[in-house]
Design a protein around this ligand. Structure first.
Ligand code: FES
Length: 86
């Protein structure tokens, strides 16, 4: 399985994976590649429905190397999303 964060968009999951709810129930993905929402605005969570484009979601795609060996997503540049929730 691979997980690919897309800049300003979802996490793309490819390969052999299993999605579960916090209660352990299986979420049927129905395919080998899915996009998981990371903007929090999708109407079909946990999957991406493209709403990240509408809300102007900003997030990096690649990790930044950090001195302590931590792995963080590169901060997005540009304006933050605006809307009723922030
Ligand atoms: S990342 Fe696409 S709708 Fe949230």
């Amino acid at each position: 399985m691979t997980v690919t964060p897309y800049e300003d968009g979802p996490l793309l999951i490819r390969g052999d994976f299993l999605l579960r709810t916090p209660d352990g129930e299986i979420i049927e993905a129905g395919r080998d590649t899915v996009a998981l929402c990371r903007c929090g605005r999708s109407g079909i969570k946990p999957f991406c429905d493209g709403s990240h484009r509408v809300v102007g979601f900003r997030a990096g795609a690649a990790p930044d190397p950090t001195p302590a060996g931590e792995c963080r997503l590169r901060p997005a540049t540009g304006p933050r999303r605006t809307g009723p929730d922030g």
